[in-house]
Design a protein around this ligand. Structure first.
Ligand code: XMP
Length: 310
């Protein structure tokens, strides 16, 4: 595929579709939404309003880091603090699909609805890729960014039209487009991070306290595994507890699962044979998080598992 031609075609289509209107997009800093942001900024200039929504579900320092990366590329990004909205919507929920739906609904109706009204945008750009559509249509999972494919009319339900310039590509194709756009390797090669963010890595109720635990574990795992070249690596907080001994006292503590996977496009994945030394170091660091006394390495491939836990 000629990725330079893909870029030129998408820029032309965005210009045509949006006309003199205003478009809005949410940037997460992942390769998909980053590519959409750059394509749309090239097509629309300041008629593109890019926001980063701080959902309380992001990794350590991520909102500020993403805004700075794009400022350095000359693309202004507005940081929107919606932490309270998401935490409120997730309160008390434990079912995976209910949690995903709460994130989707809060994202589109509550937070985006508010921003769309403020900016007057009639177009929403989204980084949906082919794998998202296939898995949603197949009923494997309701992805957070699929609307029309599952029969929701965004114009009718949310008041805007969704444009999805990457919907014919898989992850490897998106990375090629990122390269063709001249994006730096920290964006083009960044490991996937799901739209519902750390909510997919907290089994059971998503609370500020539980997010804080998985966030620290995520930082540790990402630091330790970035040199593996794996497709994706992550930490998950389970809803179970296990007995441990901390400072000579029995503690019914929390359990963190580590995952590190080879994959090409996330449709299938196999676990990486990590060296024991690396696993021991991760275990030591993870179990030094207050309240965590077990660290497990999950070697299950996809299928039968999925990559994320919800
Ligand atoms: P699963 O867990 O289904 O994940 O094996 C496959 C890939 O997709 C990512 N993922 C998501 N990405 N919105 C996204 O943008 C989502 O709702 C979502 N759920 C999972 C996951 O991180 C993996 O790379």
């Amino acid at each position: 595929m000629d990725y330079k031609a893909f870029v030129a075609d998408q820029i032309a289509s965005l210009k045509k579709d949006v006309g003199q209107g205003v478009a809005i997009n949410a940037l997460s800093g992942g390769v998909d939404s980053s590519v959409v942001t750059v394509l749309a900024h090239r097509a629309l200039g300041d008629r593109l309003k890019t926001v980063f929504i701080d959902s309380a579900l992001m990794r350590e320092g991520e909102p500020q880091r993403v805004v700075k990366t794009f400022a350095d590329l000359g693309i202004p990004v507005r940081l929107v603090d919606a932490r309270a909205d998401f935490l409120k919507a997730l309160k008390g929920l434990t079912d995976p699909e209910e949690k995903r739906n709460a994130v989707t609904k809060t994202f589109y109706s509550t937070v985006f609805g508010r921003l769309v009204r403020e900016t007057g945008a009639k177009f929403l750009l989204h980084g949906t890729i082919l794998t998202d559509i296939e898995e949603t249509v197949a009923g494997i999972k309701r992805q957070h960014n699929i609307l029309s494919q599952v029969g929701i009319d965004p114009q009718k339900e949310y008041g805007y039209k969704v444009l999805e310039p990457l919907m014919t590509l898989r992850k490897d194709g998106v990375r090629e487009v990122a390269k063709a756009l001249g994006l730096p390797p920290e964006i083009a090669q960044r490991i996937p991070f799901p739209g519902p963010a750390l909510a997919t890595r907290v089994v059971g109720e998503v609370t500020e306290e539980r997010l804080a635990v998985v966030r620290v574990a995520t930082t540790i795992v990402e630091e330790e595994l970035k040199d593996t070249g794996a497709f994706q690596y992550l930490a998950v907080l389970l809803n179970d507890r296990a007995t441990g001994i901390v400072e000579g006292k029995r503690e019914f503590g929390q359990i963190i699962v580590v995952r590190c996977l080879h994959s090409v496009d996330a449709r299938t994945a196999t676990s990486v044979d990590l060296p024991w030394e690396k696993l021991h170091r991760i275990c030591k660091r993870v179990t030094s998080i207050k309240g965590v006394n077990r660290c497990l390495y999950d070697i299950t491939p996809k299928p039968p598992a999925t990559i994320e836990y919800i």
